[in-house]
Every structure is written in structure tokens, then in C-alpha cells.
Design a protein around this ligand. Structure first.
Ligand SMILES: Nc1ncnc2c1ncn2[C@@H]1O[C@H](COP(=O)(O)OP(=O)(O)OP(=O)(O)O)[C@@H](O)[C@H]1O
Ligand SMILES: [Mg+2]
Length: 312
């Protein structure tokens, strides 16, 4: 649905986006993650034909962003980072205006506007000037204008920024719901948001793509060896000789024991998938009583820090 090839965008001597390539499949929700100044907004501006790339290409639903910008724009709903709304327009007038601009057929306009009012909870502010709205409500109006023409693709630059916690949950649910039929790229700094809403994550740092995968994959990749805590009731010599004979257990350390129950910290080679299940199986075979098993996992936050701070 979206193909980006070797995209580069400079501002003077600043390379904001540096040779980035990726693709987004139809129906996929892609989370764009990166620290301030990483190049997220710039990439989105290029994809939405807001500004041209310095080099490289991108196509949206088969249309080239440079050759067919109108076709691209028709297919995209864009929520910019700082929503350029008409501040002296009333919310309901603005929505009517956008519906007209987006060439929604007259017969459908009222129902599309009503749908956006419901979805973005705007009923209480319809008669207010946009300039007089709070930040969160401006954001909701921005979301409404992005979705009003029911585009196949949504590009949302920090969609939940400025919203209160209730609204954040609602918007995340909405994005998940929309993601069933639409292709979505969203940027965020909020890591739980990525796990909550995205099928795939791309981490961008200093204009470069540094990682891509499902939230789970990224966690696993960056994790290296895994650590497993187990508590076993059995003869200690039996436990230790068994662990010593298993290749994927790189280290085992008894961290506590009481009344015949031994707690171990095991370092397990990263080649071993699902080591919890293997240890469980082992306990069954040896007739051990396994009373605790838990793995220590890197959070997405750890992965993000590892990949974007040069601390790797
Ligand atoms: N209009 C501009 N003129 C000059 N430099 C710019 C301009 N817009 C962005 N930049 C620079 O390009 C780089 C990428 O900025 P961009 O806004 O794309 O980052 P971002 O990932 O969206 O960051 P944030 O999380 O803060 O929104 C930064 O170094 C920024 O200073
Ligand atoms: Mg930005």
C-alpha cells in the first residue's frame, strides 16, 4: 500500500531523513517510534505530499508522491503534528467546509459529519470557535478532519498528544478498530501506545531506520540471552548436574533455598526459543516439583533506549 525507497530529506545541512526504505501493507498499523528530531514528522510530510523529498521515491496505493500528488492526497487522511486549523471558524462550519473540500457527495455529507462528531466526541463544542478550544479538543477536530472522507490510509502524527487519559484510551481503541480495514501510520513517543495499537513498529533515530518488527520481535531481538527464574523442590545435586548437562543453559546460580526448595537464576542462550516450556518439560521428566517459573524480559522501553542512545 505504501512503498518508500531510499527516502532522504535535508533541511539545509541537516539530514532529517537519511536513506529510509520501508513498506506498509494494506490493513497494517505501523508505529513510528523515535526520539525528538528523529525524522518522523519529516517522513510523514513527504508521504502526504506536504513537501518533496531531497532524493528517493515513495508510492501510495501505486501512485507516486511526485507524479500524482493529488491521487495520493485523496487516499490519505493526515493529522499533522501541529494542527493548522482555521481558528476563527466554528467547529461545525469547519467540518462542513472540510467535507466539501474533500468532495464528499452532498447526500453523504451530513452523515459523515455526524459520524465524526460521534467518533471524536465533538458534540459539546460544535458552536465554539476552533481558536477557543483546549488543546485536546483541537486534536479531536484534527482527527475528525483527517478521517472525514473515509480515506484508505491514515497518517497520524502523534494522534494522542494533548488528550486526557480517557480520550487516549478511546482514540487508541478507535485506531485499533480503524486498523481492521485501513492502513495506518502513526508516530508516538508513548511506548505502551505502540504495543496497544500497532501491528509493526519502526524505530527511527537521527534520520535512520534502526529497527523494524512486531513489538514482540523487537523485544526478543534486542533481548540477547534470556534470563529465567525457577524454583524447584528436588535434590540440589540432581538439579545442578542436570542443568550442567544442558547446553543452552549458559549459567545457573542458586539464589536462595528453603526447606528443600531451590531458587535458580538461569541464563539461557538466545537460540533457545520458549525456554520456559523446555524447563517445564524437564521438571516433569525428572519428577521435580516446579513451584515458580518466570522470565525476565526487556520491555519495549529498554529496546528503544538501547537502539536510540548509542548505548548498545
Ligand atoms: N522546517 C525545518 N527547518 C529546518 N530543520 C528542520 C525543519 N523541520 C525539522 N527540521 C529538523 O529535521 C530533523 C527531524 O525533525 P522532525 O520534525 O522530522 O523530527 P520528529 O521525529 O518528528 O521529532 P519530534 O518527536 O520532536 O516531533 C530535526 O533535526 C529538526 O531540527
Ligand atoms: Mg514530530
Amino acid at each position: 500500500m505504501i512503498e518508500v525507497k531510499n527516502l532522504t530529506r535535508n533541511y539545509g545541512t541537516t539530514i532529517a531523513v537519511n536513506d529510509v526504505s520501508f513498506s506498509v501493507k494494506k490493513g497494517e498499523v505501523l508505529g513510528f517510534l523515535g526520539p525528538n528530531g528523529a525524522g518522523k514528522t519529516t517522513t510523514m510530510k513527504v508521504l502526504t505530499c506536504f513537501m518533496p523529498p531531497t532524493s528517493g521515491t515513495a508510492t501510495v496505493d501505486g501512485f507516486d508522491i511526485l507524479e500524482d500528488p493529488l491521487a495520493v492526497r485523496e487516499r490519505i487522511g493526515y493529522l499533522p503534528e501541529s494542527t493548522p486549523l482555521y481558528t476563527d471558524m466554528m467547529v461545525e462550519d469547519y467540518l462542513s467546509y472540510i467535507a466539501e473540500m474533500r468532495r464528499i457527495p452532498q447526500a453523504q455529507r451530513a452523515s459523515r459529519i455526524k459520524r465524526m462528531i460521534d467518533v471524536c466526541s465533538l458534540r459539546g463544542v460544535l458552536k465554539k470557535d476552533i481558536g477557543a478550544l483546549s488543546k485536546g479538543y483541537k486534536q479531536r477536530v484534527g482527527l475528525a478532519q483527517a478521517m472525514i472522507h473515509d480515506p484508505a490510509i491514515l497518517i497520524l502524527d502523534e494522534p494522542t498528544s494533548g488528550l486526557d487519559p480517557n480520550q487516549i484510551i478511546e482514540i487508541r481503541q478507535l485506531i485499533k478498530e480503524l486498523g481492521k480495514e485501513k492502513t495506518i501510520i502513526l508516530s508516538t513517543h508513548i511506548l505502551p501506545e505502540v504495543s496497544a495499537t500497532c501491528d509493526r513498529v519502526m524505530i527511527i533515530n537521527e534520520g535512520k531506520l534502526v529497527a523494524s518488527g512486531t513489538p514482540d520481535e523487537l523485544q526478543n531481538e534486542a533481548a540477547g540471552d534470556s534470563v529465567l527464574y525457577v524454583a524447584i523442590t528436588a535434590k540440589q545435586s540432581d538439579i545442578e548436574s542436570t542443568f550442567a548437562n544442558i547446553n543452552v543453559i549458559k549459567a545457573s546460580e542458586c539464589i536462595s533455598h528453603s526447606g528443600g526448595r531451590y531458587s535458580y537464576r538461569l541464563v539461557i542462550d538466545k537460540s533457545q526459543k520458549d525456554c520456559g516450556a523446555s524447563v517445564f518439560q524437564l521438571a516433569v521428566e525428572r519428577g521435580w516439583v516446579l513451584s515458580e517459573i518466570r522470565s525476565e524480559q526487556l520491555s519495549l522501553e529498554d529496546v528503544f533506549l538501547k537502539l536510540t542512545t548509542g548505548d548498545n
